[in-house]
Design a protein around this ligand. Structure first.
Ligand code: ADE
Ligand code: ZN
Length: 336
């Protein structure tokens, strides 16, 4: 509990940086491992929690890919997605733009349609039953070759009208945005919005590539932009949305202490920053816990917290009319 707990709980929010496979809670993972007869690297909840102690992004990714291997059927992907939507409805998340990692499932022999249809059905039911709206972003794994990304783009063709955009995630160092310049150029021509993880571990030069070589619509994380004053100026002038993930940053040792989160410095510099959970089952917190962590550690005031909630809708891929309705709902919630 912080002095802002009630405000954070009451604010309508959008989540713009969420990997659905990263919302896989160990309880549910162990249940599916049993059902699908697949071994996990841990046997008990205690062992799972003890394993969630990471020194860097790669250590997390190794466990993340091992954990998601128990997802086999459309029903599994449905249950995973449905559980996330029910959980964040409690946090008053009203809209989510969700990444998924098809290559990590297809390389295990799970067809693209099994993954996409399970997720899409849960998103559709979530809108009907919970009133939460959503958009899906297909992510390419950057540790794989660009040609594999082209193969995924081809194979996913029948579903293209159900994705708003594409993303780039997995191991950042050594896999700069420019490695995927042709693929993202093609995706832009096809009408997809473009997102890339950049500057989580990678240098400011990776953020510059994402902005200037790829022309992304959103930068995921963006932490290391704070090392480059000219880049900060550009991000402020362009009002590029950065999807920061405070508890993820702490878990993956991108920052040593939550007090080192760049969220307040980004706000102070006039950047269009948002707060998100990334992989909440692994990093110890969903949306409101991320908001609370920064509000508390960085002494954010009421206006800054409201600004973060507004940024989440403004930075979304909703229409202007939809954004305006959400922003009006925030104003109604916070009117004194
Ligand atoms: N995939 C899932 N979470 C990720 C993160 N934080 N960075 C890069 N790739 C990811
Ligand atoms: Zn991420």
């Amino acid at each position: 509990m912080t002095s802002h707990t009630d405000l954070i709980a009451a604010l309508p929010k959008a989540e713009l940086h969420l990997h659905i496979e990263g919302s896989f809670e160990p309880e549910q993972m162990m249940e599916l491992a049993e059902r699908n007869k697949i071994a996990l690297p841990f046997k008990t909840l205690e062992e799972a929690k003890a394993a969630y102690d990471f020194d860097n992004l790669q250590e997390f990714l190794d466990l993340y890919y091992a954990g998601m291997a128990v997802l086999q059927t459309e029903q599994d992907f449905y249950n995973l997605t449905s559980a996330y939507l029910h959980r964040v409805t409690q946090d008053n998340v009203r809209h989510v733009e969700m990444f998924f990692d098809p290559q990590a499932h297809m390389e295990r022999g799970v067809p693209f349609g099994v993954v996409a249809d399970g997720i899409l059905k849960a998103l559709s039911d979530g809108e009907k039953e919970l009133g939460i709206t959503s958009k899906l972003i297909m992510s390419f794994l950057r540790h794989l070759p660009e040609d594999d990304g082209f193969a995924l783009l081809e194979e996913s063709t029948p579903w293209h009208d159900r994705f708003v955009g594409v993303g780039l995630d997995s191991s950042e160092m050594g896999h700069p945005p420019a490695k995927f310049a042709k693929l993202f150029q093609r995706c832009r021509e096809m009408g997809f919005k473009l997102c890339m993880h950049a500057g989580e571990e990678g240098p400011p030069a990776y953020i510059r590539e994402a902005l200037f070589d790829i022309a992304v619509d959103r930068v995921d994380h963006g932490n290391r932009s704070m090392e480059d004053p000219a880049l900060i100026d550009h991000l402020r002038d362009s009002q590029m949305t950065l999807t920061n993930c405070p508890l993820s940053n702490l878990s993956l040792c991108v920052i040593d202490r939550i007090e080192d989160s760049p969220v307040k410095r980004m706000l102070d510099a006039g950047l269009h920053v948002t707060v998100n959970s990334d992989d909440p089952a692994y990093f110890g917190g969903y949306m409101n816990q991320n908001f609370e962590a920064v509000a508390d550690a960085l002494n954010l005031n009421r206006n800054e917290i409201i600004r973060l909630a507004k940024n989440s809708f403004e930075g979304s891929f909703l229409t202007d009319a939809e954004k305006a309705a959400h922003l009006a709902a925030i104003d109604a919630t916070t009117a004194t």
